[in-house]
Ligand binder design. Structure first.
Ligand SMILES: NC(=O)c1ccc[n+]([C@@H]2O[C@H](COP(=O)([O-])OP(=O)(O)OC[C@H]3O[C@@H](n4cnc5c(N)ncnc54)[C@H](OP(=O)(O)O)[C@@H]3O)[C@@H](O)[C@H]2O)c1
Length: 423
């Protein structure tokens, strides 16, 4: 039987992984697809680099040569940045190919447009590898959405940040020392900004939002913070209090509004992501019927990412499940009491000299002074963003999963806000 002809855009970490996985798992793929999959062409930036490839493979810097491969059916994309990836995949769809991408920056921005084009053309867009590498989170959410509504997604989506926070806590080391060791081990890029400043997790969260809710919040409305300001002194107090700091990407839909952030948050042992350590990724999805579902696994790396792309390939020739619901199709039944209730949460607030006028409504649950810093665990009703806006000198960490709905009248809310921001 004639093989499935495929092309690879990019032959770096991920591209080479896909090439290798297609060879090492040839038989398994042939059993599933009924045909062999053959890479016929590879697009690169620098043609002069030495590459270990089968003789028949076309290697080129000209995308037209790839599109001109006779009978090309599938294009895998693993290059970097928004462009030229988006243009290449649009053209590949127009040409009648299925496309499979690992490129989160491109897909966060242009995913909807590619999915719409593919739907119109009866083609398939695989993007499992864009989010949490080898974990099957895109397929899991797609499957859950067949019947369930998704209410919220909470996730550790950046392995580098998780590795740094885990090792700062376990070894008592400062941020910079662990970052250097992560770079030596190949867990962090030479330029780690996208990982440690939260951009990488942000793009992945936007991809999960589009899939789960059929839309994203306005990007500028999402609170985004990296892990660079987390200190080992803070981590040591959090540890004594039973918390770990995790860099969490979170989105919840409450009626027509999104509550969304990407930032360091405290979790206790009851939280589903408490035990997710080192470079692991994990995603908890809160659903209408299935309750909380957590998927955990390798968030990046050559073979886990290649696995996601090759798994996508097995869907190419199969009927596709519905993967999105438009906003209007969602039931606005979650948090239906939220008009009358306000959310009260727990926060750890850290400052050099914090004086606090507690009341029954703003409660200090715990306090400690360590190395001239005052640590307060408080319960109150405002968000970290509000606290920080009013008190930029403070460090504020939200404690995940401690939100409660309390009835608070508007007048009380105003008083509360004033009291909290007077810390
Ligand atoms: N690394 C991971 O673990 C991982 C995990 C999930 C998703 N991803 C995503 O997968 C994509 C690839 O990542 P990677 O780590 O494999 O990157 P990489 O090692 O830097 O490889 C990038 C490849 O793309 C080629 N390339 C770059 N710009 C190009 C252009 N304009 N035209 C044609 N080819 C171009 C490069 O060609 P040359 O070889 O000639 O330089 C190289 O082969 C990225 O979007 C990344 O975000 C990576």
């Amino acid at each position: 039987m004639a093989p499935i002809k495929a092309a690879l855009l990019g032959f770096g970490t991920v591209g080479q992984g896909v090439y290798e996985a297609l060879k090492t798992h040839r038989e398994q793929l042939q059993n599933v697809l009924g045909k062999e999959v053959v890479i016929e062409g590879i697009l690169v930036k620098d043609r002069s680099k030495k590459r270990e490839l089968d003789e028949h493979v076309l290697i080129t810097t000209d995308f037209d040569e790839i599109l001109n491969i006779d009978g090309l059916e599938v294009v895998f994309e693993a290059i970097v940045g928004e462009e030229p990836g988006f243009t290449y995949l649009s053209r590949a769809l127009d040409k009648g190919c299925h496309v499979i991408t690992a490129n989160k920056v491109m897909f966060a921005k242009h995913g909807r447009s590619l999915l719409d084009k593919a739907e119109a053309l009866g083609r398939y867009v695989g993007y499992e590898a864009t989010t949490a590498g080898g974990t099957p989170i895109i397929r899991s959410i797609s499957q859950l959405l067949q019947v369930n509504e998704i209410h919220a997604v909470e996730a550790i989506l950046n392995g580098t940040s998780n590795y740094i926070l885990t090792n700062m806590r376990e070894k008592g080391l400062p941020f910079h020392d662990v970052l250097v060791s992560a770079q030596e081990l190949g867990y962090a890029e030479a330029d780690p900004a996208s990982d440690i400043e939260g951009h990488d997790a942000f793009y992945k969260l936007m991809i999960l939002s589009e899939l789960s809710f059929g839309e994203t919040p306005k990007w500028e409305d999402v609170e985004r913070k990296g892990i660079t300001e987390v200190t080992r002194e803070q981590i040591s107090v959090f540890k004594d209090w039973g918390y770990k700091v995790k860099h969490l990407a979170r989105i919840r839909r409450d009626r027509d509004q999104f509550i969304s952030s990407v930032k360091p948050v405290l979790v206790d042992a009851d939280h589903p992501l408490y035990g997710v350590e080192d470079v692991q990724n994990a995603i908890t999805v809160e659903t209408s019927l299935a309750g909380k579902v957590t998927v955990q696994g390798a968030g990046a790396g050559r073979l886990p990412t290649a696995s996601a792309m090759v798994e996508d390939l097995t869907y190419v020739l199969q009927p596709q499940p519905v993967t999105r619901k438009k906003k209007t199709e969602q039931h606005a039944d979650n948090n239906s009491e939220s008009t009358d209730f306000t959310t009260v949460g727990e926060y750890v607030v850290i400052g050099s000299s914090v004086s606090f006028h507690g009341t029954d409504d703003v409660q200090i649950l715990k306090q400690e002074i360590k190395e001239e810093h005052v640590f307060l665990l408080i319960e109150c009703q405002v968000s970290t963003a509000t606290l920080l806006k009013e008190n930029p000198e403070l460090a504020v960490y939200e404690v995940a999963g401690k939100e409660k709905n309390k009835k608070v009248e508007q007048e009380q809310k105003d008083v509360l806000l004033k009291k909290v921001t007077n810390l």
